[in-house]
Design a protein around this ligand. Structure first.
Ligand code: ADE
Length: 246
């Protein structure tokens, strides 16, 4: 998977990706990262990338030319997908993360402070993506959210112990509670079941905790899970148990 990020602040992207799991994934060639700065494609003396909006109004608008040129400078793979980060886009979630992780190349367009000239949206066949109903000052953080989350789905990015299979959302439910040493801390004990060594019982307990937690915090996800046609025997059994208790 190759990420090409069009950004006025390439260092923000590169710095984040130089730590922890992202840096290891880059080193192991599981992912590739390339940044392109539209400012490098300006022709005027002051290297402007924005201008005042036609029709008046406050703020500035990101100009076509530097963004088109930056986009055109990127070598495209046949299944490349361009993504524009904007609060007006489709809401990003685990499902979209998994789908996008099947691509060989994602080209991420980050705005900053101001909006894009509409013709950038129109011509570049971009998928507009939002990371939530709030406004950030730029597309770099949303881009990093996508890069981080999508990379986790790619084979080899996570070590065995960090496996994404056990994450929240991997089975459509929130995560179960986790504990580590010591057994007792400030009067709070680790549940006995986790110390029992009964792997089958532990698996069942964890699933039940996932269901209870999801029912309490995300009734929408609980509802969706309970209607799934592909539940395993264990999932059906524990779901029935939980439905009898809530
Ligand atoms: N740019 C600014 N705010 C954003 C958001 N919520 N999602 C994606 N891109 C953005």
């Amino acid at each position: 998977m190759r990420f090409d990020v069009i950004t006025l602040f390439p260092e923000l992207i590169e710095q984040y990706c130089s730590f922890s799991i992202m840096s290891r994934a880059l080193k192991n060639n599981v992912i590739e990262l390339n940044t392109v700065n539209p400012r490098d494609f300006t022709v005027d003396k002051h290297r402007h990338v924005d201008d005042t909006p036609y029709g008046g109004g406050v703020g500035m608008v990101l100009m076509c030319e530097p963004f088109f040129k930056a986009y055109e400078s990127i070598e495209k793979m046949p299944d490349a997908q361009a993504i524009m980060l904007t609060p007006q886009g489709k809401k990003f979630d685990h499902g979209m993360s998994v789908e996008l992780s099947k691509k060989s190349q994602l080209i991420l367009l980050c705005g900053h402070y101001e909006g894009f000239d509409e013709r950038i949206r129109q011509s570049l066949d971009v998928l507009e993506v939002s990371i939530g109903d709030f406004v950030l000052t730029g597309g770099e953080l949303p881009s990093l959210c996508l890069i981080d989350s999508i990379s986790r789905n790619i084979e080899g990015a996570l070590g065995k112990i960090e496996s994404a299979d056990y994450d929240s959302f991997s089975n459509g439910l929130l995560e179960y509670p986790q504990y580590t040493r010591p057994v007792e801390y400030r009067g709070m004990r680790v549940p006995d079941i986790l110390l029992s060594g009964h792997h089958g019982e532990i698996e069942k307990w964890r699933l039940k905790q996932q269901l209870l937690r999801t029912h309490q915090r995300r009734p929408d996800l609980f509802e969706r899970f309970s209607k799934r046609a592909d539940l395993t025997k264990l999932e059906k059994k524990v779901l029935d148990e939980v439905l009898g208790e809530i």
